[in-house]
Ligand binder design. Structure first.
Ligand code: SF4
Length: 238
């Protein structure tokens, strides 16, 4: 499949250093959605994900697309080794193999904190195969970014993250009975399992961090946010 991006009509508001050669030099390309389209052949906003395999493909493309907006070491930003990235792209997005070549780069191992989250997820897998293993590392790496986790995974809303965790890490997801924010929930689980200290009080309703753990996780997806920024720029230019 040839990447389908040449007719993009938007101006790139972000550095394009993570773009593979086939997308570079085109200032009309908006990186995140363009990369998603190049990987999948479809628009992220329109992705149909009722089927679990289609959902997995959407999730993998979303994470790679958002990671590719952040710099050259896309594999590292996505939490994968170069070898894992190559296997993922060639297996799930074979028409975009040139992306994998560009994205491998020099990858640092996950730091200790991300490795703990990855190991927590790995210990709670509910699917076999590479996808769950990749996702454990990808989610752990993206959890080190500052926004809501679903945003930093490039997903469209929180419900996609809940579905992802319920599908691939069901034993862990089922323990979030009070609908905590997922990133905080991971740390709460690490506290319970390994004796680390996150909670300053045993009673959530008396805790100053209550809003951090249980606050609203709605918002605009990073791709939608960029689309809006482009529209505003275009409107400002008249
Ligand atoms: S609200 Fe406070 S006590 Fe409850 S999980 Fe969060 S940090 Fe821990």
């Amino acid at each position: 499949m040839t990447p389908v991006v040449s007719r993009e009509l938007v101006v790139n508001p972000q550095p394009a250093s993570g773009l593979p050669p086939s997308l570079r030099g085109n200032r009309r390309v908006q990186p995140g959605p363009a990369i998603y389209r190049a990987l999948t052949g479809g628009d992220p906003a329109q992705a149909e994900t009722k089927n679990d395999v289609r959902f997995d493909r959407h999730v993998l493309a979303s994470i790679l697309a958002v990671a590719a907006t952040e710099g050259d070491a896309v594999a590292g930003q996505a939490g994968l080794s170069g070898e894992q990235l190559t296997t993922l792209v060639s297996g799930w997005f074979p028409g975009a193999y040139d992306f994998a070549v560009t994205w491998r780069g020099d990858v640092e191992p996950l730091d200790d904190e991300a490795a703990m989250v990855r190991d927590l997820l790995m210990a709670n897998r509910s699917t076999a195969g590479d996808v769950g293993r990749w996702l454990a590392a990808m989610i752990a790496r993206r959890a080190m970014e500052p926004n809501h986790l679903w945003e930093d995974l490039g997903l469209r809303d929180r419900s996609e993250l809940s579905r992802l965790l319920t599908r691939h890490f069901a034993p862990l997801a089922s323990r979030n009975t009070r609908n905590m924010r997922w990133k905080r929930f991971f740390y709460r689980m690490l506290c319970e399992d390994d004796g680390f200290v996150m909670c300053t009080t045993p009673i959530c309703t008396q805790c100053n961090d209550f809003d951090l753990c249980f606050g609203d996780e709605s918002g605009e997806s990073r791709m939608a946010d960029r689309r809006r920024a482009v529209s505003l720029q275009a409107a400002a230019r008249g």
